[in-house]
Design a protein around this ligand. Structure first.
Ligand code: ARG
Ligand code: GLU
Length: 713
């Protein structure tokens, strides 16, 4: 008996040790399909992706270009994360109608709120166009000549592709330019907000719990896709009707247990799993720490103002969350690289690689790759620092400076394309600035400016330091700029931007704030950026050959293509993990844990009264299991940013959860996936149903779903 247990454990370990990877849904047949079935899947690859019949993929929707969402009713009810809908929920919020704080529930279709500019994209089909892409290229061409030929080929391919008039098309490379895939899509433009829990549920635990397990966040929001009367994508119109999808996901009421098969279907953004050791070392030990220092300073300042002033809290909530999110991720990533020994593991692989190259007599083709990497990454170090400091300080965290970047681009339009182009670009900019200033507070920004400019001046490599930053008088510089600039209000900015192009150029160049922002931005575009792009292209060319070599030399390894915001499947099982010695994390969290974390009047751990009452009276409906409401669970699915809002599916393709995060110890998985500690975090779908039904009373939404009992068949 004991032996059998050990054997089973061994097999389980073997299987999970193989996991990781984000696979192309149209290429699952064979190895992936077998592996998925061995992990417990009861479907075939054709039920996941099929272009002749409806399949799971027809329910998976790219949400506004960044997140994932899924269709869960025949009337196109669309489920995604609260943090993915956050910007939209915020834009409908005011001090009077604070949907971020109080939640929002449309009790009829008519109450659903349109979101101008929001898009939802469905994938119609994926074609492999690699052969066509490479047509007419050969090894005597330079990399630049090859890339030019390929992009010419791809233009033709996209023009000639078979598709309907209302469909769109794009091509993306996978395996770093070694393979090309074409995507036919349908882009829906009328997406309305249907429901969102209050932040005390949807963002429970906030930044303290972010990237951590155990987790108790009800991170979900509901939208609906509207289409024209003939079920086609259409711009917003009050005459539009709910879209009728080809497939929508049934929702399982049966929950999960440790060891259950799970898969996550969505649009992971970016991974870099095949970098050389030197690059991973630079990210973990040089660039992450630099970016963390900048954000650390900015966040502390913004937080101190948000705590004092409710208006500032609403204005800065969304910006703060997104800055904090990556700040914390980078800290976890650097720690995880260290702890998992990722750099040493990569070095070992490189030793093996070099040995194989020599054994196979491939020195001419691949022998110089690793030393090339070494040389290029060393050469790239200073300009990468400069690029990161400029992006973090000027383009992102000091808002006055990011406004000058936008105005700089407008000035360039005039210089390069003339008056007419200027007028059009100005109109767009003025629109953008409206939203910008709605959430702008000059006192907050001034404090951020003073601190960040000091960090910038002290740390950017000397060769890239702008002239005005030479004298170290940051307090004087700050006061001078914020006293005189007109860029601290919409009225001031609009005044600067009014008049003929020549007048505008004259006015803005007299503004102290713009003068300073322009100097840093011009230095960036004229010096830092061209050097950065050049070296990045050289590195990409080596990476392309290295990727090809890895595929060739390790044909039996599971080498998956890095994420690139295209549709992928990742799969695994529900599993706990051991974060450190003598500690084991169980894979499921419960409502009891919310009550354990509850801190009255704390903005991160407040629990709404209604939820406390439901807990006290045990009014759990059909959403409890042994008297407890499950809230979240973790699994061995390999996910990344962009997978937010992705459905977690059971062995039959029913919805069991909603992906929204990863665990702290495993956040280095974008660079190095470690199956023993990398876990994704999902909201249990029964918690979503419980909140919609029992907390919000939005039973009309439950009624339009298809609830199933796969385990009770
Ligand atoms: N960490 C998750 C993700 O990467 C959730 C982010 C939500 N934002 C936050 N600051 N809590 O997107
Ligand atoms: N929260 C992330 C997102 O917004 C997903 C979590 C992750 O990075 O794994 O996509």
């Amino acid at each position: 008996m004991k032996l059998l247990r050990i054997l089973i454990l061994f097999i389980v370990f073997q299987v999970s040790a193989q996991q990781g990877g984000m696979w192309i849904p149209s290429m699952l047949e064979g190895r992936n399909e077998k592996e998925m079935q061995s992990l417990g899947m009861k479907m075939t690859a054709a039920e996941i992706y099929n272009i002749n019949n409806s399949s799971l993929k027809d329910a998976i929707v790219h949400f506004n270009g960044g997140c994932t969402s899924e269709l869960i009713s025949s009337r196109a009810l669309l489920l995604t994360n609260h943090h993915c809908g956050y910007g939209a929920i915020q834009s409908h919020s005011s001090l009077q109608n604070d949907y971020l704080n109080d939640g929002f529930w449309a009790m009829t279709d008519a109450e659903e709120l349109p979101n101008p500019g929001m898009i939802a994209t469905l994938i119609v089909r994926i074609d492999d166009v690699t052969n066509k892409a490479f047509e007419g290229t050969n090894d005597s061409m330079s990399e630049q000549q090859k890339l030019a030929k390929i992009s010419q080929n791809l233009e033709k391919v996209q023009k000639e592709v078979e598709k309907e008039a209302w469909q769109d098309v794009f091509v993306r490379s996978i395996y770093h330019g070694n393979q090309y895939l074409l995507y036919v899509t349908e882009v829906f433009k009328d997406v309305r907000l249907v429901g969102a829990p209050p932040s005390s549920i949807g963002k429970f635990g906030s930044d303290t719990d972010n990237w951590m397990w155990p987790r108790h966040t009800g991170d979900f929001a509901l939208f609906r896709i509207y289409a024209s009367k003939d079920n086609k994508p259409a711009s917003y119109s009050k005459d539009n009707v709910p879209y009728i999808p080809k497939h929508f996901l049934p929702v399982s009421l049966d929950g999960v247990a440790e060891g259950d098969f799970t898969m996550v279907f969505g649009f992971p953004g970016r991974t870099n799993e095949y970098l050389p050791a030197i690059a991973v070392d630079q990210i973990a030990n040089k660039f992450n720490p630099a970016r963390i220092e900048v954000r650390d300073a900015a966040l502390k300042i913004v937080d101190s103002y948000m705590r004092k002033d409710q208006q500032i809290k609403i204005q800065y909530a969304s910006k703060y969350a997104s800055v904090a999110n990556h700040w914390k991720k980078w800290i976890g990533e650097s720690q995880g690289i260290q702890k998992s020994g990722a750099v040493e593991i990569k070095k070992e692989l490189e030793g093996k690689f070099q040995q194989l190259v020599n054994e196979k007599g491939l020195q001419n083709k691949y022998g110089g790759l690793l030393s090339e990497f070494d040389r290029l990454y060393k050469e790239a170090e200073n300009v990468t620092f400069a690029n990161d400091y400029w992006s973090e300080v000027v383009n992102r965290n000091v808002e006055l400076l990011s406004a000058s970047v936008m105005i700089y681009q407008l000035e360039q339009v005039y210089e390069k394309k003339g008056e007419q182009a200027f007028v059009e670009a100005r109109e767009k900019l003025l629109n953008r600035l409206q939203g910008f200033y709605k959430n702008y507070n000059a006192t907050v920004d001034k404090a951020v400016f003073e601190r960040l400019i000091e960090i910038y001046a002290n740390n950017i490599p000397r060769e890239f330091l702008s002239k005005s930053l030479g004298n170290n008088q940051f307090n004087k510089l700050t006061n001078d700029i914020y006293q005189k600039t007109k860029l601290t209000s919409l009225a001031g900015a609009t005044e600067l931007l009014t008049g003929s192009a020549a007048e505008v150029v004259k006015k803005i160049n007299k503004d102290k704030g713009y003068q300073f922002g322009k100097e840093l931005t011009a230095d960036y575009y004229n010096n830092i950026n061209p050097k950065y792009i050049k070296i990045t292209e050289q590195i990409a060319a080596v990476q392309k050959v290295y990727m090809k070599a890895l595929l060739e030399l390790f044909p039996d390894e599971r080498i998956f293509p890095d994420a690139n915001s295209t549709l992928r499947i990742t799969y695994g099982q529900v599993r706990g993990y051991q974060p450190r010695d003598a500690v084991y994390y169980m894979p499921v969290s419960y409502l009891d844990g919310i009550m354990e974390k509850y801190i009255p009047n704390d903005y991160e751990f407040e629990v709404p009264l209604k939820l406390r009452e439901l807990y006290k009276t045990k009014d759990f409906g059909k959403y409890a299991e042994n008297g407890k409401v499950p809230v979240a669970f973790i699994g061995t699915n390999h996910t990344t940013g962009g997978n937010s809002g992705s459905p977690a599916l059971d062995a039959y393709g029913n919805l069991i959860g909603l992906n929204f995060d990863r665990v702290w110890e495993g956040t280095m998985s974008d660079l190095h996936y470690d199956p023993s500690i990398s876990r994704n975090i999902m909201v249990d779908i029964r918690y979503v149903l419980f909140i919609v039904d029992k907390y919000a009373g939005a039973t009309r939404l439950i009624d339009e779903m298809k609830l199933v009992h796969p385990k009770k068949k």
